[in-house]
Design a protein around this ligand. Structure first.
Ligand SMILES: [Zn+2]
Length: 249
């Protein structure tokens, strides 16, 4: 019965609220491994003959949606992961990391969730994906939703605005925060060489979520910090303040 409930893997609850600690919105996390409906998808068929291609990094997606913040965040993380560096190495190298990023963005949605502490939630049934060409082993959840009222898009600006937490050491609604949120989620999707997820499930634990974000900053902090010096595309400038007009539908 409990297995049928939603699996909130990551709510990116990064700042412990003063009240309402009992209202953990992310139950059932440790049930992921026992999901009876998990499906296996094998993506590649000729591993031996295309070994040289394993280093080829997929091209950036042509994002259909016209949300500049969303697109900018994608391109920032693509920029980080498509190059050899400690961050992309943590995710198995540029080829694997970009593959998982692109697969995630192929299904990513945005929606207004009630908890402004949540950056992005992944939940529902999982499917396992194995790409023999790249050697990538990862999973995808039935749903992956960016919270339009959380730190990906918002920060507290007016006194009446709800509290929105920082993402690790980065202020909410910044390029660095958005990149951290996305990289954090990728850590829940990819397995390491030991077969474990790069980041432990944390949907039921605020503390584990914070630890996972710390891990991301340890591995990717230098690359994330370079984003502030990276020129955004003319049409992908992210908003820097407020909680108003930039929010997508
Ligand atoms: Zn998480």
């Amino acid at each position: 019965m409990r297995l049928r409930r939603a699996l909130f893997v990551c709510t990116l609850v990064l700042v412990m609220p003063l009240i309402g600690l009992a209202q953990s919105t992310a139950p059932e996390l440790d049930k992921v491994e026992a999901n009876p409906d998990e499906k296996m998808v094998v993506m590649s068929e000729k591993p031996a003959s295309v070994k040289a291609e394993s280093t080829i990094v997929a091209a950036p997606l042509e994002l259909a949606r016209k949300d500049a913040t969303y697109a900018s965040a994608y391109h920032d993380v693509y920029h980080i992961l498509s190059a050899p560096n400690p961050c992309s190495s943590f995710f198995g190298g540029p080829s694997t990391a970009v593959e998982v990023l692109n697969t995630l963005f192929g299904q990513l949605e945005t929606s207004k969730l009630s908890d402004t502490r949540t950056g992005l939630s992944m939940f529902g049934q999982t499917r396992s994906i194995s790409n023999a060409r790249t050697g990538a082993n990862y999973r995808m959840f039935q749903k992956a939703v960016i919270n339009t009222s959380g730190p990906f898009y918002q920060r507290k600006f007016w006194p009446a605005d709800p509290f929105v937490p920082s993402v690790g050491s980065f202020q909410p609604n910044t390029r660095e925060a958005r990149a951290s949120i996305l990289l954090h989620e990728l850590g829940h999707l990819l397995q390491g060489a030991d077969g474990r997820w790069l980041l432990p499930n944390d949907g039921a634990s605020d503390e584990q979520s914070r630890k996972n974000t710390i891990t991301i900053e340890e591995r990717c902090g230098e690359q994330i910090k370079t984003l502030r010096r990276r020129r955004a595309d003319a049409n992908t400038v992210a908003p820097q303040k407020g909680s108003g007009a930039e929010v997508p539908q």
